[in-house]
Write a new protein. Structure first.
Ligand SMILES: Nc1ncnc2c1ncn2[C@@H]1O[C@H](COP(=O)(O)OP(=O)(O)OP(=O)(O)O)[C@@H](O)[C@H]1O
Ligand SMILES: Nc1ncnc2c1ncn2[C@@H]1O[C@H](COP(=O)(O)OP(=O)(O)OP(=O)(O)O)[C@@H](O)[C@H]1O
Ligand SMILES: [Mg+2]
Ligand SMILES: [Mg+2]
Lengths: 370, 311, 521, 307
C-alpha cells in the first residue's frame, strides 16, 4: 500500500478535465502558503459551526449562546483550559506514536488497546510499589505503562513479520482484547472490593502525577507529551532511525536498496508507537483518574489516529491537532452543560469540524516531504 | 423553587432503559420545583470536570446516574461542601456530601428467580447480563439463583454475560442461545440491550422480564413482568433528605422494606403487576413473598461468586 | 555509431511527393499549457496526415508528453484548437478521444498490473459488452496479435509481463479500439534490438493501412528510420520541423538543444588491472522456484567496463540485485577484491566499495518525496561523515548536497527540494552523483540512460567513462545495444538467466548479439 | 457437541453474520474503487436509524428499508465528496462520519419526537422458511429458516460477485482501485466511479444497519451498531476483497461470537471477560494460520486527480 498521507506526484494546475476542481477556487481565494493553510483551517471550522447552527436552532437553542458557551467552556477560565489540556495530552501522545508508524507506512490503529494495557500495567505498579519514593514510583509506573503498550503493539509487529498478517487487522483485534484484559483485571485481583463499578482502589497520593499549578488539575502529563513530541520530531528528522523510517515510508524498494531492514523498522516503530500509547494510558490513570477504571481508554485510540492523520503525520503538527480535539471536546461538553444543547450535537460539531478541516487540508497537502 | 439539580448520564436518555429511567428522576425533580440541567454520554475522563463545573455553577444537587461516578464524586466532593453529590447505583458514600442510592437488587432478583422457577416447564432458566463482578449485578443474579432453587432445588440456571449493556442485538443472540439450550424464562439486567432479551423471548415464545413497562409492549405475551426501578422516587427522596441536610455520606439502599420508596417494583402494565396469563396461584405466591420482604422477614445474602457465568 | 537500424532506414522511406497529397488527419493549433510558472507548451502547432508517421523530438521537459496528453484529452490546454478528421475536439476527455479514433500509449503504461491482458483490453471498451465475454475478447486479441506480429498471451497477468510485452498489450488495445491515430510516447526505451525492429515493423504495417502515428523518441536513429516527418520541441515551442528526407542527426540535435551532441565518445586506452569483481557459479531461484540465474561466472577488472546486453525478463535485475545484496543467491560465490561477499548485507557491501544504479528511479534508486539531500544520503546516512553515532549531521548532508549539485550539474536551486520536482534527467543525475560520487571500487549500472534525452544520456555516459578511466570497475547492463557497444570494453549477453562468455569489443558480431538478446541464438 | 447444539450454533452464526455481510459488501465496493471504508460503521448506524424511523412513521417496513438505503448513502456521499473532490484523507474522513452519524442519529431521533426520548417498537422480520429446502436435514434449519434480510445479504453477495467479475462495470470498478490512471486513459472517469462506488457501498451498508433495527431488535438505540462496522471492515480484509471471501469471513466471525456466548455455558474456570476475548483471539489465530500477506487494491487510500 502506498502512503495514505502523502499524495503522488500531482501537478499544481487548476483546470484539468473531469471533475470540478475545488482547489482552483480556494487557490484564487487564498494568497500565501502558510497563511493560506491556517486560513483554510479556520474557515473550515467556522463552516462546521455554521452548519451545526441549523440543528441547534431546530433544538430550540440559540447558536450564539451555544457557541459562546463552547468558547467559554474551552478557554473561559484557567480551570477549563487545564481540563482541555489534560484531555489533549493522551491524544497528543498516542498520535505522535501513530504518526511515526504512518511515516514508515505502518498502519497502527491499536491505540486503544495499547492505552488500556499501558494503564493496566501502570496501575499495577502504582498499587504495588509500596513505600518507594514518590518520584521513583511514578517513573516506574509510567515506564511499566510504556513497556506494556510497546509489548502489546509488538505482538502485532511480530505477527506481521512472521505470519504476514497486516497490522491493521491485528491491531484492531488486539484493541478488543486489551480492553477486556482491563475488565478481567478489575474483576479479579486488581478490583476494589465492593465498588459499584469495575475499578481499582485509589492510588496513594505519592503515585499520582503532580500537577503543574497547585489548585488546578493540570498535570505534568502535558509537559511529558510536549517533550515527547519534540523528541519524536528530532528522532524523525535528525537521527538514523528516523531516516530509516522515512525511507521505509517513502519506498520499501528504496529501503531494501539502501540496506534498511523492514523487520527492524516495523518492530522499532511499533514498539515506539505502542510505548507512547502505553505511556498515555499510564498518564491517564495516574493523572486523571487516580485509579484504574473500566472504560478509561474508550475511543482514545481512534482519536489518536484522527489526530495523527490530521497532522499529516508530522510530530510537531500533532500538537495543534491534538489541542484542537481537546479544546473542541472540552468546549462542546461545556456547551451541553451550560446551554443544554443535547450531547448528540457535540458529536455533530466534531464530525463536521473534522470533515471540513480535512477537506481544507486535502486541498493543501500535495507536496508533502517524506 | 427548591434549588438547582443536575444529572449526569453515562449514555443517552434515548436508550429506553437505564438512562431513560434515570431521566425520569430528573423530570420528577423538575416537577417538584427544581431547576434542572443534565449531560449525556459523559465519558470516564470527563466526569470530574462535569461534576466540578456544575458544582461551581452553584448547583445544589449533582446526581451521577451510574456507579462509575462515585470515584469522581469522591474526588470533587471535598471541594464543594455546599453541593450534594448523589450517585445512582453507587456503593458507598464519602464525607458529608457524597452519597449513593440504589435499590435492593437481591430482593427483586430473588422474586424473579421464584417466578421463573414456578413458570418453567423445562427446569432450565437463564439470565443475560453485563459487567460481571459488579455488586449490583451479582446481587441480582445470585438472588435469582437462590430464589429459583428455593422453588426447585434441581433447576438449572445459566447466566451469560455480554460485552456491552447497550447492544440489543448481542443480548438477543445470547438469549436465543439460552433458549436453544432449553431455557424457558430469561431474566437480565441490561440497559438498551434489555430489549434484545425480550425480542428473543418473543421469537421463541418463552417468558422474560423487562426493565420498564414500555418493554411489555414489545412482547405482551412473553413479558412476565418488569423490574421497574423507581429512580424518580429514590432521587426525589434523596433530594428531600439532602435539602434537609440529613443525607450526609450515606449509602441508601431502597427495598420493599424501606420507607420513602421501595426502590423498584414489579409491574406488567400501569395497573397490573404480572402478565395476566400467569396462573393466579403463582402470582399469589410471589406477592406473598413480596410481603415477607416488606416485613423484613427474609434477608438474602449474596457473594460475588454467586454471580458466576454459566450454570 | 552506425547501427543496423539506421542502415536499414534508407530503403523504407517514401517519396515526399506522395505524402503531400495525403489528406490531413490532425491539426493542432496554438496549444498553450502552463503549470504555474512553467510553460510546458507555448503555442504549439502540429499537423499529422493520414498514413503518416510524425516524429516528435525534444529534450527532457520540452513539452512532448504534455502536448500528447492535451491531444488525448487528459489535460485541458489553456488555449488552442484541435481538429481531428475535420471535427473539432475541445474540452474532451480520453473517452471522446478514443471514440474519435485516437489511441495513446503512455511513457508510463496505463495498465492494471493485477489484471490479465484480456481484462486490460476490455477495460473501458464499450464494444466489449456490458457483460464480459473474456473468451471472445481473448480470441480477438489473439487474432490481432497474429495480424500485426504482436504475440501476447491474453491470459497472462500483466504484472508478470516484461516491458516489451506490456507495450504490445497497449498497442493491441489501441488497435482493437480502432485507433486511427496512434500516439507512442517513448516506446522504444527498454526494448531489445529485435523488439525495436518488431515495433517499427508494426508501425510500418499500420502506416500501410493508412493509420497515422506520432512517434516520440530520444533516439535519433530510430526517428530517422521510421518517420516521414519530424517536429522538434524546445522549451515548449516548436523549434523546427522537417521532412525526413532533409533530416540529419546533427541537424535534429541542433534543433533540440542548440549545441552539437555528435562529438564522439572518447575513451582512453584500456589498462585493465586486477579483477575487482569475480563471480563463480551464481545461481538464483525466485519464490516460485523458477531459476532466474543459472551458473553465472565472470570477472570485471579495474578500469574496465563489462557491458551486458539483455532485455527485461532475462534475469538482469536478478543478477544486479543479487550482486548488490538485495536478493539472496542460492549457490555460487561473489568476490569483491578477493573478499567473499556472497552472504554480506547490503550495508557491508556498500562499505566494501560497491555502488549500484538500479533501473527504477521512481521508487528504488530514488524516493521522489524525499529531498535531494536525503536522496544523496540514502545509502550512507548511517556512517560518518553523515552520521555521528545515532544522530544525523544535517550540516554534513547539506554540504554534500551542495557539492554534488555543483559537481554533477543537477538543475536545482538547493538540496532541500523534493526529488520529484526534478526532470527525469536531473533525477538520474542525483543517483549518479550518489553512486559515482563515492568513488566506488565497483559500479553496477542498470540502463542508467533510460528515458533520458541525448544530452542527459551523454552526460551519464561521460561520467561512467570517467569512473572507468580512474580505475573503477563497472558492470553495465542495458537493453540499448548501441550503448552497450559504445561503452563495453568486453561484451556479454544475458539471456534466460545465462550469461554468454564476454568478448572484447572489437570482436563482437552485432547481429548475433541482437539475436542472442532476443533469446534466438 | 450434539447435533442440536451444532445446528443451533450454525444457524446463529448465519443470523449474526447478516448485518456484517451487508456492511462488508458495502465496504468492499468502496475499497475496490480505492476508497478506504472506515465510515461503514456510521453508514450502518444511519441505515439502522433510517430503517427504524421509516418503518415507524409509515408503518411499512418497505419504507423503512428505503430510508435505510437513503440514510446510508447520505452519509456515504459526505465521504464521497470529501475524498474525491477535496481529496481529504480517507481514513480520518471515515472516522469523522462515524462520529457524525452517531450524533446526527441521536439528535434527529429526539428532534423528531419533540425533544423527548421516544419509544419505538417495530414488528421485526420473522424467519421465512423456504419451502422444501427448509426441511432438508442439517442445512435446512441452518440456511433456509432465516429472515428476509439474511437471504438478501447472501443474495447481494452472490450478485456482487457476478457483477465484479462478469460485467464491464465491475471490471472498471476493480481497475479504479488498482490504477485510476489506467481507467482514465481507457475513457472512464475514476472520480465519478469512486463517488458512485462509495455511495452504493453506503446504501448496502445502510441495509446492514436495517438488519439490526428491523430484523433483530425492532427499535433504534443510540450507537446500536456498536463496532460491527469495524468487524465488517476486518471481514473485507480477511476475505481478501472478494465478495465470497468477505461472506465467508463474516460467517466465521458470526460463528465465533455464537460460540462465545455458548462457551460461557460450559462453566469454564475463567471469567466472562476472558471468554469474550475468544472471538478476537480466534480471528487472529485464523489469520496467522492462513499466513499470507494481504494485497490491498493498489491505489487504495490515494487521492486521485485527473491529469
Ligand atoms: N503535472 C505537471 N505539473 C507541473 N509541471 C509539469 C507537469 N507536467 C509537466 N510539467 C512541466 O512541463 C514541462 C514539459 O513536460 P513534459 O512532460 O511535456 O516533457 P517531455 O518533453 O515529455 O519530457 P521527457 O522527455 O522527459 O518525457 C516540464 O518543464 C515539466 O517540468
Ligand atoms: N507536479 C509537478 N511539478 C513540476 N514538475 C513536474 C511535476 N510532475 C512532473 N513534473 C515534471 O514533468 C516532467 C515530465 O514528467 P514525467 O512524469 O513524464 O517524467 P519524465 O521526465 O518523463 O520521467 P522519465 O523520463 O523518467 O519517465 C518531468 O520533468 C517531471 O519532473
Ligand atoms: Mg515525456
Ligand atoms: Mg521522459
Amino acid at each position: 500500500m502506498k502512503d495514505p498521507v502523502a499524495l503522488g506526484p500531482i501537478e499544481l494546475s487548476a483546470s484539468e478535465a473531469g471533475a470540478p476542481d475545488a482547489g482552483a477556487l480556494f487557490q484564487r481565494l487564498g494568497a500565501h502558503n502558510g497563511l493560506r493553510a491556517t486560513g483554510r483551517a479556520v474557515v473550515a471550522v467556522l463552516l462546521a459551526f455554521a452548519v451545526t447552527a441549523i440543528p441547534i436552532l431546530i433544538s430550540g437553542k440559540s447558536p450564539i449562546a451555544a457557541y459562546w458557551a463552547l468558547l467559554h467552556g474551552a478557554f473561559g477560565s484557567f480551570d477549563h483550559v487545564a481540563f482541555a489540556l489534560n484531555k489533549s495530552t493522551p491524544y497528543i501522545l498516542t498520535a505522535v506514536g501513530v504518526a511515526l508508524c504512518f511515516r514508515a507506512q505502518i498502519i497502527n490503529i491499536g491505540g486503544e488497546g495499547q492505552i488500556a494495557v499501558g494503564g493496566l500495567a501502570a496501575s499495577w505498579v502504582a498499587l504495588n510499589c509500596g513505600d518507594l519514593p514518590s518520584l521513583l514510583a511514578i517513573v516506574l509506573a509510567l515506564a511499566a505503562g510504556a513497556v506494556a503498550g510497546a509489548l502489546w503493539a509488538g505482538i502485532a509487529a511480530v505477527i506481521r513479520l512472521t505470519r504476514g498478517v497486516h497490522e491493521v487487522l491485528s491491531t484492531l483485534l488486539l484493541n478488543f482484547v486489551g480492553v477486556l484484559l482491563v475488565s478481567e483485571a478489575l474483576n479479579g485481583a486488581m478490583g476494589e472490593a465492593g465498588a459499584g463499578f469495575p475499578q481499582s482502589p485509589m492510588f496513594d497520593e505519592a503515585v499520582r502525577l503532580p500537577t503543574l499549578f497547585s489548585g488546578y488539575d493540570l498535570h505534568v502529563g502535558l509537559i511529558i507529551a510536549l517533550v515527547v513530541t519534540g523528541c519524536a520530531q528530532f528522532l524523525l528528522w535528525r537521527t538514523r532511525f528516523g531516516f530509516q523510517l522515512r525511507l521505509l515510508g517513502g519506498s520499501r524498494a528504496a529501503a531494501a536498496y539502501a540496506g534498511v531492514s523492514f523487520a527492524g523498522g516495523v518492530i522499532g516503530v511499533m514498539l515506539l508507537g505502542g510505548g507512547l500509547a502505553g505511556l498515555a494510558g499510564g498518564i491517564e490513570v495516574l493523572g486523571v483518574h487516580y485509579r484504574l477504571i473500566e472504560g478509561f481508554s474508550l475511543g482514545f485510540g481512534f482519536t489518536g489516529v484522527a489526530v495523527a492523520l490530521l497532522a499529516a503525520a508530522n510530530p510537531l503538527a500533532v500538537v495543534p491537532a491534538g489541542l484542537f480535539f481537546g479544546f473542541l471536546q472540552a468546549g462542546a461538553l461545556a456547551m451541553q452543560r451550560e446551554v443544554g444543547v443535547p450531547s448528540s450535537l457535540v458529536y455533530v460539531i466534531q464530525g463536521f469540524s473534522i470533515v471540513f478541516v480535512l477537506c481544507a487540508i486535502g486541498l493543501d497537502r500535495r507536496w508533502q516531504r517524506v | 423553587d427548591e434549588g438547582k439539580a443536575a444529572m449526569l448520564f453515562p449514555g443517552s436518555i434515548n436508550d429506553q432503559s437505564w438512562n431513560a429511567v434515570g431521566y425520569q428522576g430528573l423530570v420528577k425533580l423538575k416537577a417538584a420545583g427544581w431547576d434542572t440541567a443534565y449531560s449525556e454520554n459523559v465519558q470516564s475522563a470527563d466526569e470530574v470536570e462535569a461534576l466540578r463545573d456544575y458544582a461551581k455553577r452553584g448547583f445544589d444537587l449533582v446526581i451521577g446516574h451510574t456507579g462509575r461516578f462515585l470515584s469522581a464524586a469522591e474526588r470533587v466532593g471535598g471541594e464543594f461542601p455546599k453541593t450534594t453529590f448523589i450517585v445512582g447505583s453507587g456503593s458507598g458514600g464519602a464525607g458529608k456530601n457524597v452519597a449513593s442510592v440504589d435499590f435492593d437488587n437481591t430482593q427483586f432478583g430473588y422474586l424473579m428467580g421464584v417466578l421463573a422457577a414456578k413458570l418453567s416447564k423445562t427446569g432450565k432458566i437463564g439470565s443475560v447480563n453485563g459487567l460481571e463482578g459488579l455488586p449490583n449485578v451479582y446481587s441480582q443474579i445470585g438472588a435469582y439463583r437462590q430464589g429459583a432453587r428455593s422453588v426447585n432445588p434441581k433447576i438449572e440456571v445459566k447466566v451469560i454475560y455480554i460485552k456491552d449493556m447497550e447492544d440489543a442485538a448481542a443480548a438477543k443472540e445470547a438469549a436465543l442461545s439460552l433458549a436453544d439450550w432449553g431455557a424457558d424464562f430469561i431474566s437480565g439486567k441490561l440497559n438498551a440491550a434489555q430489549a434484545g432479551i425480550i425480542q428473543a423471548a418473543k421469537e421463541r415464545n418463552i417468558y422474560c422480564n423487562g426493565r420498564s413497562t414500555d418493554q411489555t409492549a414489545i412482547a405482551p405475551t412473553n413479558v412476565a413482568t418488569n423490574i421497574v426501578e423507581k429512580w424518580d422516587e429514590m432521587y426525589a427522596a434523596a433530594a428531600v433528605e439532602a435539602k434537609a441536610g440529613k443525607l450526609g455520606g450515606k449509602y441508601e439502599l431502597y427495598g420493599l422494606d424501606t420507607p420513602g420508596s421501595t426502590g423498584a417494583s414489579l409491574k406488567y402494565s400501569p395497573d397490573s403487576a404480572f402478565n395476566p396469563a400467569i396462573p393466579p396461584a403463582i402470582v399469589a405466591d410471589v406477592e406473598a413473598l413480596e410481603k415477607t420482604f416488606a416485613a423484613g422477614g427474609l434477608k438474602i445474602k449474596v457473594v460475588k461468586e454467586d454471580g458466576h457465568g454459566g450454570l | 555509431m552506425a547501427t543496423a537500424a539506421s542502415d536499414a532506414a534508407l530503403d523504407c522511406k517514401r517519396p515526399a511527393l506522395e505524402e503531400s497529397v495525403l489528406p490531413a488527419l490532425l491539426e493542432m493549433r496554438g496549444i498553450v499549457k502552463t503549470y504555474g510558472a512553467v510553460c510546458a507548451n507555448r503555442s504549439v502547432d502540429l499537423d499529422v496526415r493520414e498514413g503518416c508517421v510524425v516524429g516528435l523530438l525534444g529534450e527532457n521537459g520540452s513539452g512532448k508528453s504534455t502536448l500528447m496528453k492535451v491531444l488525448f484529452g487528459m489535460i485541458r490546454p489553456d488555449s488552442g484548437r484541435i481538429l481531428f478528421q475535420g471535427r473539432a475536439l475541445a474540452g474532451h476527455s480520453p473517452r471522446e478521444a478514443i471514440a474519435a479514433g485516437i489511441g495513446m500509449i503512455h511513457q508510463h503504461f496505463t495498465l492494471v498490473e493485477a489484471m490479465t491482458v484480456t481484462e486490460n483490453v476490455m477495460l473501458g471498451w464499450a464494444a466489449a459488452g456490458a457483460v464480459l465475454k473474456p473468451a471472445e475478447i481473448a480470441a480477438r486479441i489473439e487474432a490481432t496479435s497474429r495480424t500485426y506480429g504482436l504475440a501476447v498471451d491474453p491470459h497472462a497477468i500483466v504484472a508478470t509481463l516484461s516491458f516489451g510485452l506490456r507495450q504490445r498489450v497497449e498497442i493491441v488495445k489501441a488497435i482493437l479500439r480502432g485507433a486511427k491515430l496512434l500516439i507512442l510516447d517513448e516506446p522504444t526505451s527498454n526494448l531489445s534490438p529485435p523488439e525495436v525492429a518488431g515495433l517499427l515493423g508494426v508501425i510500418r504495417r499500420l502506416r500501410e493501412e493508412r493509420h497515422s502515428v506520432i512517434f516520440i523518441s530520444h533516439k535519433l536513429a530510430e526517428v530517422i528510420e521510421i518517420c516521414d516527418e519530424v517536429v522538434v520541441l524546445r522549451d515548449g515551442a516548436v523549434s523546427g520541423r522537417t521532412p525526413i528526407a532533409e533530416a540529419t542527426r546533427e541537424g535534429l540535435a541542433r534543433m533540440m538543444v542548440e549545441r552539437d551532441l555528435s562529438a564522439p565518445v572518447t575513451r582512453s586506452a584500456r589498462a585493465p588491472g586486477q579483477a575487482v569483481l569475480a563471480v563463480e557459479g551464481l545461481t538464483r531461484r525466485d519464490a516460485s522456484g523458477a531459476t532466474r540465474l543459472s551458473e553465472i561466472g565472470f570477472t570485471v577488472q579495474a578500469g574496465e567496463i563489462l557491458a551486458v546486453a539483455g532485455v527485461d525478463g532475462n534475469g538482469q535485475a536478478d543478477l544486479l540485485d543479487t550482486l548488490a545484496g538485495i536478493l539472496p543467491a542460492h549457490s555460487g560465490r561473489i568476490l569483491l577484491d578477493g573478499r567473499d561477499i556472497t552472504r554480506m548485507s547490503v550495508r557491508r557491501r556498500l562499505a566494501a566499495g560497491l555502488a549500484y544504479i538500479p533501473i527504477d528511479r521512481g521508487g528504488t534508486s530514488l524516493v521522489p518525496g524525499m529531498t535531494i539531500a536525503d536522496n544523496l544520503a540514502m545509502r550512507d546516512f548511517d556512517r560518518p561523515p553523515l552520521a555521528r553515532g545515532p544522530l544525523l549531521d544535517p550540516g554534513a548532508m547539506r554540504a554534500r548536497a551542495n557539492e554534488r549539485i555543483a559537481a554533477f550539474d543537477i538543475r536545482a536551486p538547493h538540496g532541500d527540494v523534493q526529488a520529484r520536482t526534478l526532470s527525469g534527467g536531473n533525477q538520474q543525475k542525483i543517483v549518479l552523483a550518489r553512486e559515482i560520487g563515492r568513488k566506488p571500487r565497483l559500479l553496477l549500472a542498470f540502463q542508467p540512460t533510460w528515458g533520458l534525452d541525448p544530452g542527459a544520456a551523454r552526460f551519464v555516459i561521460d561520467q561512467l567513462l570517467l569512473l572507468r578511466d580512474e580505475g573503477g570497475a563497472i558492470l553495465y547492463v542495458s537493453a540499448e545495444l548501441e550503448e552497450v557497444l559504445t561503452l563495453g570494453d568486453r561484451i556479454a549477453v544475458l539471456s534466460n538467466g545465462r550469461l554468454s562468455s564476454p568478448e572484447p569489443r572489437a570482436e563482437v558480431d552485432v547481429t548475433r548479439i541482437g539475436l542472442m538478446m532476443a533469446g534466438a541464438a | 457437541m450434539d447435533y442440536a447444539f451444532l445446528v443451533a450454533l450454525l444457524a446463529a452464526s448465519v443470523r449474526i453474520a447478516a448485518p456484517l455481510i451487508l456492511g462488508a459488501l458495502g465496504g468492499l465496493i468502496s475499497e475496490r474503487a480505492g476508497v478506504f471504508a472506515v465510515g461503514i460503521e456510521g453508514m450502518m448506524l444511519a441505515g439502522a436509524f433510517g430503517a427504524a424511523i421509516g418503518a415507524f412513521v409509515s408503518g411499512s417496513p418497505a419504507v423503512g428499508l428505503l430510508l435505510a438505503v437513503v440514510a446510508g448513502s447520505l452519509i456515504a456521499s459526505i465521504v464521497a465528496i470529501a475524498v474525491t473532490i477535496f481529496r481529504a484523507d480517507q481514513m480520518v474522513t471515515g472516522l469523522a462520519v462515524n462520529i457524525l452519524a452517531f450524533g446526527l442519529t441521536s439528535f434527529l431521533l429526539r428532534g423528531l419526537f419533540g425533544g423527548r426520548a421516544p419509544s419505538i417498537r417495530l414488528h421485526i422480520f420473522g424467519a421465512i422458511d423456504i419451502p422444501f429446502l427448509s426441511s432438508l436435514p442439517f442445512v435446512g434449519p441452518i440456511l433456509f429458516r432465516q429472515s428476509a434480510l439474511t437471504y438478501a445479504a447472501v443474495a447481494i453477495a452472490l450478485l456482487l460477485h457476478l457483477a465484479l467479475y462478469r460485467t464491464r462495470a465491475g471490471l472498471t470498478l476493480r481497475a479504479t482501485g488498482e490504477n485510476p490512471e489506467a481507467v482514465f486513459a481507457a475513457g472512464n472517469n475514476p472520480i465519478r466511479i469512486r463517488q458512485l462506488a462509495v455511495i452504493a457501498g453506503g446504501a448496502i451498508a445502510g441495509l446492514g444497519g436495517a438488519v439490526l433495527s428491523l430484523q433483530d431488535v425492532g427499535t433504534f438505540t443510540d450507537g446500536m451498531t456498536n463496532g460491527r462496522g469495524f468487524l465488517a471492515l476486518a471481514a473485507v480484509i480477511v476475505g481478501r476483497w472478494t465478495p465470497l471471501g468477505a461472506l465467508a469471513a463474516c460467517l466465521v466471525f458470526g460463528a465465533a461470537s455464537a460460540l462465545e456466548v455458548r462457551l460461557q455455558g460450559f462453566n469454564l474456570p475463567v471469567s466472562s471477560y476472558a471468554i469474550q476475548m475468544a472471538p478476537y483471539l480466534l480471528a487472529l489465530a485464523v489469520l496467522a494460520g492462513l499466513g499470507r500477506g494481504t494485497r490491498m487494491p493498489q491505489a487504495i487510500g490515494q487521492a486521485y486527480r485527473v491529469g
